[in-house]
Design a protein around this ligand. Structure first.
Ligand code: SF4
Length: 383
């Protein structure tokens, strides 16, 4: 189980409290967003902390935050970057909760990982709770298949879920290595339970591994036995958890058709967390790192409609003024939880550290961390 400071906070991924906004409280003064001195305050606090603080910025973070990141990257790269900095006692993670947990698992016990706003969760990670996954495993045992199923979880899951997967001999994957993780899993078992993103699981199985849509079933954690019969569970190659990213899940086939009609010759580039009908209509599919490299390599004058988080797309458009870079959907599509980390929260976290206080520390209990680490190490050892 995760623990944190003794604030009256809602543990992310541990339940919901729709009547309140518990989880957003910051003791002391939270500077207003319009404070013109915030940039100077962030700079001064970072300078005062020197090498004792290492600030990580996920690609989906706001520009006002990214400007203070020592490194940027996707969730796995950032966790590895944090692990490569054992001399920094404080890791300030500008990203979401599951990423800070992974950083805590991969860093030394002496290092403290800080999430500037504890409300920065991930709706996808929250779609698979530990109890639900335990119930699912019981359903697989009832169907007589638990011993031939290998669990694979996407990096975008809580430490509890990674720990579950580690306990059951499975592996973590990212959007870049999902095929290699599935190859590894199918060499050890006949079926895979893929958590928590059904789209990444389905897209990888069908587009990269030659399976059919009929080889995949969707396990609904809100229904007994996932809403599946024993026969359906036994016959499926991929048992996909019914989870999705609320950002990438918004893109539709209609948005692809619309942009093709509006922009002749446009290249449609989408993240594999998008729905199957979107990735099959796209020209290119890849992780955030792949998307960044594809734009770097693109011809001047070429047009690109990108299906991923809007902060990244805006940054790519600004970085490539010689290319026509646009957002795939007409509606605004920021990740609302990523955006919880803003400059006021970053300043608050940094200034707290300057005062000798450690705010919003994210820690994973040793038993969960041990098993989660096994699943993460297995990913690192993938051929
Ligand atoms: S973009 Fe999607 S997967 Fe990433 S943090 Fe936001 S909700 Fe989670």
């Amino acid at each position: 189980m995760t623990t944190t400071t003794d604030l009256p906070l809602l543990f992310l991924g541990k339940g919901a409290d729709p009547a309140t906004e518990r989880g957003v409280e910051c003791p002391g003064d939270l500077p207003p967003a319009s404070d013109p001195a915030l940039v100077a305050r962030a700079r001064a606090a970072k300078e005062a902390l020197g090498d004792s603080v290492f600030v990580l910025g996920h690609h989906y973070q706001r520009d006002e935050v990214i400007q203070f990141a020592d490194v940027t990257g996707d969730s796995f790269k950032l966790a590895r970057d944090a692990a490569a900095k054992p001399d920094a006692p404080y890791i300030v993670f500008c990203g979401v909760h599951f990423m800070a947990e992974s950083a805590d698992i991969l860093t030394t016990p002496e290092q403290k990982v800080i999430l500037p706003d504890l409300a920065a969760g991930c709706s996808m990670a929250d779609m698979a709770t530990f109890d639900q996954v335990e119930d699912c495993w019981d359903a697989l045992a009832d169907a007589g298949i638990a011993d031939r199923v290998v669990p694979v979880t996407y990096m975008n899951s809580s430490a509890d879920i990674k720990g579950f997967v580690g306990r059951h001999g499975g592996v973590v994957c990212t959007s870049s290595n999902a095929k290699r993780a599935l190859d590894w899993a199918f060499a050890r078992g006949e079926q895979v339970l893929f958590l928590p993103d059904q789209h990444l699981g389905r897209n990888t199985a069908v587009l990269e591994m030659g399976m059919t849509l009929e080889d995949c079933v969707v396990y609904n954690p809100r229904r007994p036995s996932g809403g599946l019969t024993r026969e359906q569970l036994r016959n499926a190659k991929m048992i996909l958890w019914q989870g999705h990213c609320s950002v990438h899940g918004r893109f539709s086939r209609a948005s692809v058709d619309e942009v093709r009609e509006r922009v002749p010759g446009v290249n449609v580039l989408v993240h594999p967390e998008c729905r199957h009908e979107v990735v099959t209509a796209a020209d290119y599919i890849g992780s955030t790192e792949y998307i960044i490299k594809a734009l770097d390599a693109a011809e001047p004058g070429s047009s690109w409609a990108i299906g991923t988080e809007l902060n990244l797309v805006k940054r790519l458009a600004a970085a490539h003024p010689d290319k026509n870079v646009m957002f795939l959907d007409k509606a605004v599509c920021f990740c609302s939880t990523m955006n919880r980390i803003d400059l006021p929260h970053l300043v608050w976290a940094l200034e707290s550290l300057v005062r000798g206080e450690v705010p919003n520390q994210i820690t994973v209990d040793p038993d969960t961390a041990h098993h989660a680490r096994a699943a993460l190490d297995q990913m690192l050892a993938l051929p």
